[in-house]
Design a protein around this ligand. Structure first.
Ligand code: ATP
Length: 316
């Protein structure tokens, strides 16, 4: 039986707009999602028993049935009971490079890797759209994590359309290791503060969504115009997260005062990212911010936008 080692990249949001509420209780969103090269490694192989085993080298990540990677494996076992009976359960080892609870979809990427990995070890022959349909049952960001690259996501984030490849742009990611933001809290607080401005009728939602499809940001992405992209990035959730977490607001201001293409909080935060034209500029930017904010809890990662989703690193 083969075993696979997969890379599961982090994502940042170049755009996140909350349009309104959906009948299913989720928010209606328009997002531009973007993979970066910073990635977790997910190893997967069949186990000798029917169980699903999770190992992870990060102390804050649960290794029980609440782990998103476990939930992905359980969904595959439920969906393909004969394969589960034939091949047994799986052993999943997660090597975390992506910071946890950071707005970088680390857990979602791990779950996406498990769906891809089990499709391989069980020789199911599922296509990417098949895998993305399964992924949508687990979480809104997981279909994107499978295909990666640059995409516009609508609905609750699961309806995807691929955009131009932007992998020439460098990124500095910065996150305090003693601050984490709960994604449900961020959306709930946004609803409490902004639901009066929500668009509720389906026609209104459709029309706002198509406005974003033809917006200047989407044009800049199609033109691969990194200077314009940097000016147009946007995230509604900053309106609730930055006032609650002043250190994150100060971090964003520190980036904004420097020479970057643009800076923004990713997803529900608290990671702040800055886009740069080159690796040298990204290194210089990190050094400047480090000199200004000497808090040892602040960590940095230099990475690049990436055109790929889950990739096979090796197989044995
Ligand atoms: P998103 O951007 O999708 O909201 P995130 O980057 O903010 O995600 P994650 O790193 O995915 O957040 O983790 C959120 C919480 O989920 C963590 O606090 C952790 O307890 C739990 N979790 C469950 N499975 C995983 C996993 N495989 N990796 C990381 N965290 C996980």
């Amino acid at each position: 039986m083969r075993s696979y080692s997969l890379t599961a990249p982090a994502k940042i949001n170049l755009y996140l707009e909350i349009i309104g509420d959906r009948p299913d209780g989720f928010h209606e969103l328009v997002m531009v999602l973007q993979s970066v090269e910073l990635a977790d490694i997910v190893d997967i192989q069949s186990s000798d028993t029917q169980e699903i085993y999770i190992h992870c080298d990060h102390p804050e990540v649960p290794v029980n049935e609440t782990n998103l990677a476990y939930r992905a494996a359980a969904l595959m076992c439920q969906t393909f009971p004969e394969m589960h009976a034939n091949y047994g359960g799986v052993v999943i080892k997660i090597h975390k490079n992506i910071p946890v609870a950071a707005g970088l979809a680390g857990g979602s990427g791990n779950a996406a890797a498990v769906l891809v990995g089990m499709n391989l070890i069980w020789k199911l022959g599922l296509t990417q759209p098949d895998l993305q349909d399964l992924a949508a049952k687990l979480g809104s960001d997981i279909p994107f994590c499978i295909s990666g690259g640059t995409a516009i996501a609508t609905g609750r984030g699961e309806k995807l359309a691929t955009l131009a490849n932007l992998d020439d742009i460098w990124v500095v990611l910065a996150k305090y290791d003693n601050i984490s933001v709960s994604t449900p809290w961020a959306y709930k607080t946004y609803r409490q503060q902004y639901s009066e401005s929500y668009i509720c009728d389906p026609e209104g939602v459709k029309s706002r969504t198509s406005e974003v499809h033809s917006s200047p940001l989407l044009k800049a992405i199609a033109d691969e115009d990194s200077a314009e992209i940097g000016k147009l990035i946007y995230n509604d959730l900053e309106k609730v997260v930055l006032p609650e977490y002043p250190q994150v607001a100060e971090l964003k201001s520190a980036f904004a005062a420097q020479d970057t293409l643009g800076t923004m909080m990713s997803g529900s935060g608290p990671t702040v990212f800055a886009l740069c034209e080159s690796k040298d500029k990204a290194i210089a930017l990190q050094q400047q911010i480090r000199q200004q904010i000497t808090d040892p809890h602040l960590n940095f990662w230099i990475t690049k936008l990436s055109s790929g989703g889950i990739q096979i690193k090796s197989s044995t």
